[in-house]
Write a protein that binds this ligand. Sequence first.
Ligand SMILES: Cc1cc2nc3c(=O)[nH]c(=O)nc-3n(C[C@H](O)[C@H](O)[C@H](O)COP(=O)(O)OP(=O)(O)OC[C@H]3O[C@@H](n4cnc5c(N)ncnc54)[C@H](O)[C@@H]3O)c2cc1C
Length: 435
Amino acid sequence: MENDKKIDAIIVGAGPSGIACALTIKRGGYNPVVIEKSSHIGVKNLFGGAVYLESIKELFPDTYKNFPYERIIKKHNYVIFNKDESLSVSYKKNDENTISIYRRNFDSRLADEAKKEGVCFAIDTLVVDLIIKDKKIIGVKTEYEEIYAPIVIVAEGFNSLLLNKAGLKEATEPKDAILGVREVIKLQSDEINKRFNLKDNEGAMYEFFGGLNKENEDVPLAMGFLYTFKNNVSIGVGVSMENLKNNKITPYEYLDRLKNNEFIKPLIEGGELLEYGAHSIPEGGYKKIPKLYHNGCMLVGDCANLVDSIHFEGTNLAIKSGILAGKTAVIALNKNDFSEKVLKNYKKELYKSFVIRDLKTYKSVIETLFKRRESVFSYYPKKIIEFFNIFTTPDNIPKKDKYRNFLFSFIKERKLKDLTADVISFVKCILEAVI
Ligand SMILES: Cc1cc2nc3c(=O)[nH]c(=O)nc-3n(C[C@H](O)[C@H](O)[C@H](O)COP(=O)(O)OP(=O)(O)OC[C@H]3O[C@@H](n4cnc5c(N)ncnc54)[C@H](O)[C@@H]3O)c2cc1C
């Protein structure tokens, strides 16, 4: 790598966390280098489609509105399925805090902004190892050469091959990962506005619960999503790797089931498939955060498992962690001390921020959803829809009798131990969230 200046920090990975970190270090007066394996920044990165702008505003308070967003998400929709019946809740917001955007556009714009401020990128370069000497990380080995710097920030995303290889993170168990598969489907902008009841550049996002398993199949921990772009919609499902391993049903089959649901079919009908892809997402949450700092090294973004899958938020947590690690790197560079004693400041700041506080709020939720997945993704969606069926069906049966029968049906259909386990689990999650 050609670089006349002394390298103060190496950042592995030009995703949102890595770029935010590099920019923060540059703004602190030092020279970071971002090493990225792809030949074009963001080109292989994939996500659902929405970015929550708070962290971006922190990085670019004056220019965040110029990001190449597709639509401003104004409608948040939550839909429960039971086969082809559905119940939806739609919330119309008036703020402009959530945008839909392409990852390649988002990441490359972040990189362009960082380059303008002097951050150096080495693209098309795979980092194959961290260089460790006397229990300190002192640089990286790429396919081409060894590069040394007093501090290395690992922002390599969820696969974390480098961290696993260096023994800095345990291999992820299937139950702590989700596989997300997503398609982009082309539709005319007017058609999107008509089908989703949107005006101009307004956008909509959907989260779907239930309806993905057939009778007698194990119920997966799985959720669907859909985001509107200017001329496309992005639709996908996230399925627990543990279920994929055991059920032997491909994630694309789940996605097909979602696309063929009577609620969704008319929304995407006639659209042209433009792209599809798959990527894994950390699901372990608060309990699976690895050690965030070592002598000479910090971990940011997905490789530190910083994803809030309850709200489908990852990018904003990645950026915030990058900013906080960048600030700690500047403190370490000012002190010329890269030991854990100084770098633990990153953990302290991250634990004070919304990133860890949110993950802690939901610390048992994913585990509970996995354990109680038959209840959450099959039984209760079915019962909620059954209730609405009763509520909207006038017939000769007195309503009081119908409500009573509905209530008794829980006792008839469920074992007492299942009902008790459901109630205890949900109360535990609620208490953990508020106390
Ligand atoms: C299907 C799906 C849907 C999602 N939907 C949303 C959503 O709607 N909203 C949201 O906020 N979040 C969403 N997320 C999560 C979000 O994409 C991530 O949380 C976020 O991208 C994490 O950023 P990062 O910088 O930590 O890692 P990444 O974005 O994964 O970036 C890591 C970078 O490191 C590079 N790299 C890796 N290894 C090396 C190496 N050895 N050498 C050099 N370079 C390397 C990669 O090429 C990549 O550019 C979704 C994720 C998935 C998979």
